[in-house]
Write a protein that binds this ligand. Structure first.
Ligand SMILES: [Fe+2]
Length: 241
C-alpha cells in the first residue's frame, strides 16, 4: 500500500475540540503512523466556538508537534499548518488580513459549512473565494445534504473547488447512505483528497483502513495514489491539481 498524506486533522494541542495536550497529539500521530500516514496537514477549526485567529500560534505548534513526534516516535513525519474555516461573511477578509491560514502557505483554503447549508450558499462561497484567487477545498464534502443532488459536486468543481472526503464514512458499511455516496464519488474520480479528520485517539481517531481496503478492491492504483498522496503533494507545492 502506498503511504498517505492526511489532509484534515485536529492534532494540535489545546486549539479546538481536537488533541487536548501534547501527549494526546503524539498518541494520535503514533496511530496515524501505524496506518501508513507520513504527513499530516493540521487544520484546527476557525468557527464561532473556536475563534482561532492567531496563525503564528498554529505555525509554532506545528513545529513543536513535529519535533516531539520525530523525537519520540523515531519517524520523519511532516506536519504542515492549515486551518478548517467555517465559512462566514468575514472569512475572506480575515484570510486577506492573514488572520486565517491557507493550507501550507498556498492559495488552497479548507472550508466547511453547516451540514444543512443551502446549495446557493456553498456555491456563492466557492465563487467568492475563487474570484479572490483562492482554491477552496470542501472539507468532508460527504457531510452536506445539498451536495447529494446529482451534478452539484461537478458544478462546484467546475467553479474551482476541490473535494475532500473523510476516510471513516468512506469506509462505512455498504448499506449506509453516506458510505454509498462517498464510494460513488470515488468511483467517478471526483474526490481529490481523503482525510482522517482525527480529533483524539478513541471515538474520533485516525481510521483509514476500511476505506483503503475498499478502494484497493474497486479503484485503479493510479487514482488511489492520487487521492492518498499525489494530489496532496501537488497542493503542498502550490501546483494545480
Ligand atoms: Fe475537521
Amino acid at each position: 500500500m502506498t503511504w498517505i498524506i492526511d489532509t484534515h486533522s485536529h492534532i494540535l494541542p489545546g486549539l479546538d475540540d481536537g488533541a487536548s495536550d501534547m501527549q494526546e497529539s503524539i498518541r494520535m500521530l503514533r496511530q496515524a503512523g501505524q496506518q501508513g500516514i507520513r504527513g499530516v496537514i493540521a487544520t484546527p477549526h476557525y468557527s464561532g466556538r473556536f475563534p482561532n485567529i492567531c496563525p503564528d500560534r498554529i505555525r509554532r505548534l506545528c513545529r513543536e508537534v513535529q519535533a516531539q513526534a520525530r523525537a519520540r516516535l523515531k519517524t520523519e513525519i511532516q506536519i504542515w499548518p492549515g486551518q478548517e474555516i467555517m465559512y462566514s461573511e468575514d472569512a475572506l477578509s480575515l484570510l486577506e488580513e492573514e488572520k486565517l491560514l491557507t493550507i501550507a502557505g498556498t492559495r488552497y483554503v479548507m472550508v466547511e459549512f453547516l451540514p444543512a447549508a443551502p446549495y446557493s450558499y456553498i456555491f456563492s462561497a466557492v465563487r467568492e473565494l475563487t474570484l479572490a484567487g483562492y482554491r477552496p477545498v470542501l472539507a468532508h464534502a460527504e457531510r452536506y445534504q445539498a451536495l447529494r443532488e446529482e451534478g452539484r459536486l461537478e458544478e462546484l468543481k467546475k467553479q474551482g473547488a476541490c473535494v475532500q472526503l473523510n476516510f471513516r464514512p468512506a469506509g462505512g458499511k455498504w448499506h449506509q447512505g453516506t458510505a454509498r455516496w462517498c464510494r460513488k464519488i470515488l468511483r467517478r474520480g471526483l474526490a481529490d483528497f481523503l482525510g482522517t479528520d482525527m480529533h483524539n485517539t478513541e471515538g474520533r481517531g485516525p481510521e483509514t483502513e476500511r476505506a483503503v481496503r475498499w478502494m484497493e478492491k474497486e479503484l485503479s492504483s493510479s487514482y488511489i495514489e492520487a487521492v492518498l498522496k499525489r494530489n496532496a503533494m501537488g497542493l503542498l507545492e502550490g501546483k494545480e491539481i
